[in-house]
Design a protein around this ligand. Structure first.
Ligand code: AMP
Ligand code: MN
Ligand code: MN
Ligand code: MN
Length: 289
């Protein structure tokens, strides 16, 4: 039977202008509330700066809110994203770890700009900066928006295919946090570490399971099952995976902006039955009905 926790419209993954989203933190909260979201986490990449404003707006609107972050990790030559949900934003090890993780982005972006200029992208550095809301957080998405605006590609997906994925002219290899340290920062801040969009990684099943085992051994407790990057088939695949590893299941749109991606805030189907929602025992998720 579907529980009240399963029916809760939880959206635990989205981005604001503090990383690579197009809406400000307070606008994210208003849109989520208008869309019927009942439990929201803002999870900017490697940044907590939007949380205070978002929490205040959520409080004003009576929307249950948990502080979150999406940490960039390097594992086995692949970039992995780990969500930290319900973290204490004042935790010094978490804050310091995120600051170090952000640290290399400026230099990486300058190299990306040089490479993109060499293949004919007009003024990539200033063009990307026009889309950046936080100078500490320049991401590939900001270059992608500039390349679409310049008319070289019709959408962001095409930009990643032609310019920004591994082996393409604007891709710059980068070393992010280690998996065990990222999980350690999250758990040390009282949060729950959740593996983001597991279907996205270019890992075969053996490598994926090895990565998930390492994640669990480091203290990881959850996995995204229903998320903006997964197909309906993948919901089933990762529901099985959650049961196999004993992970709690999460649900998140990974919303970046109204004109990007296919899923709006709160727009996903519920979690499959028989999974334990990551929010099941959270006080913010207490349902009155
Ligand atoms: P970065 O942290 O600078 O490497 O940028 C990663 C971000 O790029 C992700 O969080 C997504 O928002 C975006 N991204 C990555 N791959 C794609 C893709 N194929 N299509 C659209 N956006 C993507
Ligand atoms: Mn992003
Ligand atoms: Mn991600
Ligand atoms: Mn994300």
């Amino acid at each position: 039977m579907t529980s009240a926790a399963h029916r809760l419209n939880a959206d635990l993954h989205c981005h604001s202008t503090v990383s690579d989203g197009v809406l400000r933190p307070e606008e994210i909260v208003r849109r989520a509330a208008a869309n019927g979201v009942q439990l929201l986490a803002l999870t900017d990449h490697d940044e907590l700066d939007g949380i205070a404003v978002a929490a205040r707006e959520a409080d004003r609107l009576g929307l249950a809110f948990v502080p979150g972050v999406e940490v960039s990790v390097s594992w086995g030559g692949e970039t992995i994203h780990v969500l930290g949900l319900s973290v204490d934003c004042a935790s010094a090890p978490l804050r310091d770890g995120l600051a170090r993780t952000r640290g290399g982005r400026d230099e990486r972006a300058r190299e990306m700009a040089r490479q993109l200029e060499a293949v004919g992208v007009p003024d990539p550095w200033n063009g990307a900066l026009r889309h950046v809301g936080n100078p500490e957080l320049i991401s590939r998405t900001h270059f992608a928006r500039h390349i679409v605006a310049s008319g070289l590609c019709t959408d962001i997906g095409e930009v990643f295919e032609r310019y920004l994925s591994e082996g393409k002219p604007g891709f710059v290899e980068h070393r992010w946090a280690r998996l065990d340290e990222a999980v350690g920062w999250i758990v040390g801040a009282g949060g729950v570490a959740v593996m983001a969009h597991p279907a996205r990684y270019r890992l075969d099943e053996t490598a994926l399971w090895a990565m998930l085992a390492e994640f669990r051994d480091a203290g990881g407790e959850g996995i995204e099952v229903v998320c903006g990057s997964h197909t309906a088939d993948q919901y089933g695949r990762f529901a099985d995976c959650a049961r196999r590893f004993g992970f709690r299941a999460s649900r998140g749109s990974d919303f970046h902006g109204p004109d990007e991606g296919s899923v709006d805030l709160g727009g996903l189907p519920p979690l499959p039955d028989a999974l334990v929602p990551v929010w099941r025992d959270w006080p913010q998720a207490a349902v009155t009905s």
